[in-house]
Design a protein around this ligand. Sequence first.
Ligand code: PLP
Length: 239
Amino acid sequence: MTDRKAQLAANLAQVEERIASACAAAGRKREEVTLIVVTKTYPASDVRILHQLGVRHVAENRDQDAAPKATACADLSLTWHFVGQLQTNKVRSVTSYADVVQSVDRAKLVTALSAAAVRGERELGCLIQVALDAESGERGERGGVAPDGVEELAAAVDAAPGLRLDGLMAVAPLAGEYAGRQRAAFDRLMEISSRLRAGHPAANMVSAGMSGDLEDAVAAGATHVRVGTAVLGVRPRLG
Ligand SMILES: *Cc1c(COP(=O)(O)O)cnc(C)c1O
């Protein structure tokens, strides 16, 4: 085993242990939580190693980095998640490799994603990104729609050709009433998810939790955790 492979294997084992413990503590089955490894800023060679180690879900947040990486790994059976703020001029590129876009947060983006999915003859999974700290009608600093805008956007995704409404995504807010209160933030997200599922039963994905707070997300009921640093190491640059 190369040094890098041994390192990633050890890190993955630790993250796996954390997820398993969190599931046990919450009385949940381990299979209820899917690990998505966030490979942003790390090379395609790492994605390849992660695949060898059994990872099947990866996430990226910038099209410029993600597009060449996805092309270099096109031979691997991987589900690619896009989790970054998405400009409409990048939508065509993202739709060519992403299976799920987790950062859907405005109607204009829904229209663009739908057009690109239809054009590319793809079905694209969509999560509505919720900005838990955003005021009504506003968007979050790191993207996301305010909680009271979720239903309208969900209906738009549901009605859009080529798109599949899969559920919700959130990042724990750094400021506002939820700052430092990840568990409360994720509980709030689960409430919003319950409401969404009442009208859209298949939209049952809840993507929450990162390296620092995956336990809180699992405890609240997240179905997907997005872990970067704890698997790949501290990122060399902002991303
Ligand atoms: C980078 C990123 C993650 C992973 O964060 P870590 O703290 O490195 O685990 C998760 N979600 C989103 C949206 C990200 O941009």
